[in-house]
Structure formats: structure tokens, C-alpha cells
Design a protein around this ligand. Sequence first.
Ligand code: GDP
Length: 519
Amino acid sequence: MSTTAKSPEGHRRRTFAIISHPDAGKTTVTEKLLLFGGAIQLAGTVKGRKSDRHATSDWMALEKERGISVTSSVMQFPYRDAMVNLLDTPGHEDFSEDTYRTLTAVDSALMVIDAAKGVEERTIKLMDVCRLRNTPIITFMNKLDREGRDPMDLMDEVETVLKMDCAPITWPVGMGQRFRGVFHLLEDCVYLANGKQIDGLANPELDEIIGDQAQELRDEIDLLREAGNAFDRSAYLAGQLTPVFFGSAINNFGLKPLLDCFVEMAPMPQPHEATQRVVDPDEASFSGFVFKIQANMDPNHRDRIAFMRVCSGVYTKGMKLRHVRTGKDVRIANAITFLASDRDHVENAYAGDIIGLHNHGTIQIGDTFTEGEPLKFTGIPNFAPELFRRAVLKDPMRMKALQKGLVELCEEGASQLFRPLTRNDLIVGAVGSLQFDVVAFRLKHEYGVDCQFEPVGVATARWVHCDDARMLADFKDRQSDNLALDVSGELAYIAPTRVNLQLTEERWADIEFYATREH
Ligand code: GDP
């Protein structure tokens, strides 16, 4: 085990992701946070992604076309004493696996809720994932410039549906047409939407400026202070209580108090569990795991990037790292970071940071890198797909390009490639049907391959394992028609029907069938 060296750099890190239902305002919030961090400079109000200026966090033409976030990206920016790492996640549910894995790489999350809609279905699912690791959550109630639900009701809904106590840090002054700003409960200060700041709730200046709304506000705050939850940092860090902020992202209102509190209260990099032991972020020796792989992020550099979360130690340019799964030592000379739209070479990266490694097909999701210790970080899932299609080429001469494209795109983990042992089919499995459109689109635009996805007689897949080599060989022999290799060469049973799977599982009781593959 390595010696402990306190890393003030690591302690400055605040690594988080935004979770929300599509359309709640995640992209808009991301942009505003980046503006505060000086990571992007855009004059005036940033428009939604339906306008021509698309969000910095969106990479692909397809996203603009469909108005959804297909890929995730990482944005680092300094704010006050902190170094913030914001991991973007796709909003569309067909890409939920990508989101789940990204959530394994963060220390906290920001939940954005549309104040008119309240807690929506995607938010509930994402919260379930956060709860697996008790990820601390900060809540932003967005779109207060529109008529929405009563703020008390919204907090009630979070408490009952998401089972987290709410502790308002800011409170809206009116809503919709009457939205005047927010009151900061910890600072005892009103931030008005016109930029003015009034100290003290009792300040008569407040009555002069907002009239009757001043007394309404005082009554509400009295009620909150009596009946509501006060902020409790340990309950927040345990994922039991969420501090709540209100505002209007599009008007860049209410996010600055949130960011100011976030850098103060959000957790620094947390320990990570490996099969062998728990790794502390303060350990001097480097360790990290890959949670995401993405092909062709930059059309000018047709490369694949493996995103690695640094769990301990320091990455320095040119250092040698052990790729634990393969046992090989590799020199990492050109790791990248994702500063808004520009990718800069980083010299150093610390616990909590994300670095991008150029991947030539050897790195897989879930892989661990260390300075030599044979660690394997756990908890990075890969789910069995639910939908299967056969890739069919329009031009048979493009077979090589199709294979290459499918392998590279499936390495990203959003969709999965299965190659049957006894046929030349290329079968793609996905959790949502949109993924097929995305793969077809990307094959065309990034690999110049026209391909269609046709129905195929596969209902479900299970990764197969057996310690008894003879038994496994026998199984492979007799079931070869229903066996395939996935993109990393693992054996999988591709069942024509669910009933077939059940029967096969019963017949081959000594073979283990896994619905998820922990890489
Ligand atoms: P995402 O799907 O969660 O990334 O949401 P977007 O950031 O793309 O926002 C969805 C829509 O809501 C866009 O049309 C935004 O312009 C709009 N929007 C975002 N924030 C606000 C807000 O504070 N007020 C209002 N009225 N609209 C907003």
C-alpha cells in the first residue's frame, strides 16, 4: 500500500454531474456554470439548443438534429478556491447506461427540476442510481420565471417521491410575472432579479422595491424557519438531505448562489472501492478507472478517448501506468482534459479529475490503471441489452469499414456488438431503439458506411461463465448456434426467446449466466 500524502490539489476538486428529466434545463444550467467559471465566453443570453448556437456540452451534429444529448463530456473550470469538474450526461433514456456509469465517477450531483413539472420520471430513475452510492445531491428548481407549482409543494414532492429531506438555501420571491428574485436564507439577503442586493429580510428598502411581496416573503420565511429543515452538512453528505435553490437558468438567475454554496459544501474526492481494498484519494500512488469510452470526439482527430476518473495520486505527463487487466505498462504522454470546447494537454491531474487517454482498442470500460498495484475498481456496470438487430450493409464492399466502425462505436458501451460463433452476422444489442439510429448515423458520418438494422431472432443475451473448462467446452459445442463473442471477446449466450434462455439455464445448471457484465 502506498504512503499517504495529503493532496491539497485533490481536496480542491469538486467532481459532479447534473441529473434531470429532459427539458428541465440541464444544458442551460451547464452553460451558465461554465460562464461563471470563465470556461466559455458568450455575449448576451445563451439561447437554447434549438437555436443555431448549440451548447458547448453537445458534441455531435446528431444531438443538434434531435435536440438530445447523446454523448457525455467533461468540463473543468476553476471557481474561487475550487477546481470544478462537471461531467455531462445524456438526457435521453436510451443512453441511461452511459449516465449510470458516469455517476460512478462523480462525488456529488446537481438535480435540476422544472418548477412547473416537479419530480419527473427520469429524475426518479437517476436518483435511484445515486442512492446506490448515497451520492450527495443539490437541487435546483428551475424556470421560476414561468408560472410553476407552489415551492412548498415542490419540496414536499421531493421529500415524498425521492425520499430526501429538503433544506432550502434560497427561496423565490414570487413566480412567473411576479418573480422578483431569491432570498438567501443563510446570508439573510435578497438578490433581486435586476441585480440589486438587499441585506436583511426586515430591511424597509425591500418594501419600497417589491411592495406587498416583501411581507409575503417574510411570512413564508417565518413558516420555513419554523417548519422546514435547516441545512445539515452531514445529512447532505450522507445523501439524506438536499439543499434546495430556486432560480431561472435561462435568465442566469439563482445559479451563482448555488455555485458559491456548491464549492463550499460539496464533497471533495471520495474513497473508491476496489476488489482488494478501499482506495483513499490521499494516497500518493496513482490509481484510476475508465468509466466511458467515446469514438471520434473530434472530427479532426479520428481517435477514441477513454475517460478515466483519477481516484488517488497524481498523473504527471509521461508517467508509466500499469494497465491492470492486460498487465502491461504504458507510458501516458498525451492525456487530455476537456476544458469546455478545447481539449488541452494536461501536465498534472489529481484525485477527482478526469483525464482522457487515447485508446487504440486496448482499453475497455471498467479498466483500472495504477502505478503497479494489481487493483480492480468495482461497481462499473454493463447491462445486457434488450433489443437486437442485425447490421446489413448496402454496399458489401464496405464490410471492413462496417466491422471497424461497429467495434469502435460499441467499445463506447452504449450499444453492444455480438459476433455469433457459427455465422458471419454482426448483431448489435441496445437498451433503447434510438441507439440503432445513432449507430447508423455515426457509421455513415464517421466511417462512410451505409448500413441498416434489421430484425434478428435474438430476444436477450447473457454473459456466460464456467470454471470447469470441460463443461464449458461441452456447452460451447452443443450450443454454438446461440453463442457469440462480444466486443471484448467475452462469451455470451444470445437466446432466441426468453423461454429458451430459461430452459438452457435449467439444462446447464453449472454454467453461470450473467445479465450484467462487470467489466
Ligand atoms: P435539457 O434538455 O435539460 O438540457 O434542457 P435545456 O437546457 O435544453 O432547456 C430546455 C428548454 O427549456 C429550452 O427551450 C430552454 O430554453 C428552456 N429553459 C431552460 N431554462 C429555462 C428557464 O429558466 N426559464 C424558461 N422559461 N425556460 C428555460
